[in-house]
Design a protein around this ligand. Structure first.
Ligand SMILES: Nc1ncnc2c1ncn2[C@@H]1O[C@H](COP(=O)(O)OP(=O)(O)O)[C@@H](O)[C@H]1O
Ligand SMILES: [Mg+2]
Length: 249
């Protein structure tokens, strides 16, 4: 379980998180949405411990990770798989090398075991037999799949997805959503997905959180979000220019 309690974060005079509260249950898939630049990536970076808050807590299985030292944080990070915005595969490595990376770095598995796990992970993301290719040779959707295989290879309890479908066409977007669903069923991870893909993302999500002006203004199942009376949520899901969300910055 992930518990975010009264999280505050500013950069200089810019307040980005202004008391974020959110609980994510084990094996839940939740979405965080909010306008570009509202602090979604900043929030996710606090869950990984890449950023430290000004105040507040992030509890992962009861452990407040905001006060851990680097070594303790490394232990917690073993529970986490992350798909960063933009994918960030190692271009100089083959797909196989990319997916095998964590296993080679962090475990003492034999070469044969590593190979078997990479082959299985690639099969799980629908990319059988492409291990020898380089990232440059892949489409945007395939790169995302490789990034997911790379994140899943250590069988993390929690997977964080930062805009996994941004820049992809609607069909590929649906296929990535389906992939999150099928790998979630197989691996049983807890997932936090940052996404603007409304309403498609609602199909794979148990709850949706709306981040606005540094706070979660609504956190509810997709059906409630669809029928929300919150002006912020209504404006965001309809893409209207009129409302509390400013469209000019
Ligand atoms: N390391 C940083 N230093 C200074 N400002 C930052 C840093 N990271 C993010 N910001 C600022 O915080 C705001 C939120 O950024 P971000 O979380 O990336 O937005 P998004 O919701 O689009 O993911 C932006 O204004 C961004 O410029
Ligand atoms: Mg972002």
């Amino acid at each position: 379980m992930i518990e975010i309690r009264d999280l505050h974060k500013s950069f200089g005079s810019q307040k980005v998180l202004n008391g974020v509260n959110m609980t994510i249950m084990d094996k839940e898939v939740v979405t965080i949405m909010g306008k570009s630049g509202c602090g979604k990536s900043v929030l996710i970076k606090h869950i990984i411990g890449l950023l430290r808050p000004d105040s507040g807590k992030v509890l992962i299985d009861g452990v407040d990770i905001t006060v851990l030292d680097m070594k303790e944080l490394d232990t917690v990070r073993e529970k986490l798989g992350v798909l960063f915005q933009g994918g960030a595969l190692f271009d100089s490595m083959t797909v196989f090398g990319n997916v095998a990376f964590q296993l080679k770095e962090k475990t003492k598995l034999s070469r044969g075991e590593v190979r078997d796990r990479v082959i299985q992970a690639l099969e799980d993301v629908g990319l059988k037999g492409i291990g020898k290719k380089y990232p440059d040779e892949l489409s945007g959707g395939m790169k995302k799949r490789v990034a997911l295989a790379r994140a899943l290879i250590t069988e993390p309890a929690i997977v964080l997805f930062d805009e996994p479908t941004t820049g992809l066409d609607p069909i590929i977007t649906s296929s990535i959503h389906r992939l999150i669903m099928t790998t979630h069923e197989k691996y049983g991870y807890t997932a936090v997905v940052i996404s603007h893909e409304v309403p498609g993302i609602f199909d794979i999500t148990s709850r949706v959180a709306m981040l606005h002006k540094g706070e979660i203004v609504e956190y509810a199942p997709p059906d409630e979000i669809r029928n929300s009376s919150s002006p912020v949520v209504r404006q965001f899901i309809t893409g209207s220019l009129e409302g509390p969300i400013e469209s000019l910055d």
